[in-house]
Design a binder for this molecule. Structure first.
Ligand SMILES: Cc1cc2nc3c(=O)[nH]c(=O)nc-3n(C[C@H](O)[C@H](O)[C@H](O)COP(=O)(O)OP(=O)(O)OC[C@H]3O[C@@H](n4cnc5c(N)ncnc54)[C@H](O)[C@@H]3O)c2cc1C
Length: 239
């Protein structure tokens, strides 16, 4: 059973955006949802199309390629996907990554990555959890060492939303450092041209159509990082 209501925070502009979102989901995602459940992801094309239509990173400023709107526009997409019970794509995690860049990145990092997250040419993910470290993040084993020019990451991550398609991953890692303040940090990993990056099996968290669509979710996967080059997100350390 579906339900229809108009939230109080809708105005004319948000309503128009909602119509675009509904049309996109109904024509491009709903017909392919069964396949997305089998594959565990929607494929890159849907991300590129959503980006081209301006559906991603809507609350990121226009100077960085976003729509310069507010969180209502983000909520429209997340809510519509949840209501239709769609899966295999998490624009909300994608948006979280964008906000890490917006709030913590250097100007260069913002200019380099935010426009590509907004236009869907990079699918974003965040990798914190490891096979042996979930709630207690200080137990992670992934390590970043500085080789004099680059940071080199080694480790394994699991349960990564958007992990199967991700082209830009923020990796939470230990840092090889003598400073007590500098034991953990967040690293920017572009997965293309990284021979040491591999994605393992896709994890099936929910493999049948839920009877009551609750919210959108994504199938996630293991990833392995062996001598991957990464850049440190400015102000990205967590003590
Ligand atoms: C749908 C989904 C998407 C996810 N997406 C991502 C993602 O994009 N990126 C990512 O990094 N991770 C992701 N995760 C992983 C998620 O963040 C972890 O599952 C979470 O951190 C918990 O880790 P864990 O499963 O190892 O549980 P554990 O850490 O083993 O915890 C198991 C239980 O013990 C409890 N517990 C743990 N420690 C204590 C304590 N000290 N005291 C009392 N109780 C405790 C916990 O509350 C929990 O109920 C995702 C998980 C799911 C289900």
């Amino acid at each position: 059973m579906t339900y229809e209501f108009k939230p109080r925070w809708f105005d004319r502009d948000v309503e128009e955006f909602n119509e675009t979102v509904e049309r996109f989901l109904d024509t491009e995602m709903v017909p392919n949802d069964e396949q997305a459940r089998i594959d565990g992801h929607v494929g890159h094309d849907i991300w590129r199309q959503a980006g081209a239509l301006g559906l991603l990173c809507t609350d990121i400023p226009t100077e960085y390629g976003g729509a310069g709107a507010d969180y209502r526009y983000e909520a429209v997409l997340h809510e519509a996907m949840g209501r239709k019970g769609l899966t295999g794509m998490s624009p909300s995690v994608h948006s979280i990554i964008a906000h890490y860049f917006l709030n913590h990145g250097t100007e260069d990092q913002k200019s380099k990555y935010l426009p590509r997250l907004a236009n869907g040419s990079l699918v974003g993910a965040i990798a914190m959890t490891e096979p042996n470290a979930g709630s207690d993040l200080k137990g992670i084993k992934t390590k970043a060492s500085f080789d004099g020019e680059h940071y080199v990451l080694n480790g394994s991550k699991t349960f990564i939303t958007n992990g199967y398609l991700a082209e830009l991953i923020l990796v939470f890692s230990k840092v090889d450092s003598d400073s007590a303040k500098d034991q953990f940090s967040i690293f920017i990993l572009e997965t293309s041209n990284q021979p040491g990056f591999s994605v393992g099996k896709r994890l099936k968290k929910l493999d049948s159509k839920p009877k009551i669509p609750l919210s959108s979710f994504s199938i996630t996967s293991d990833s392995h990082l062996t001598r991957c080059w990464a850049e440190r997100l400015a102000k990205g350390y967590i003590s």
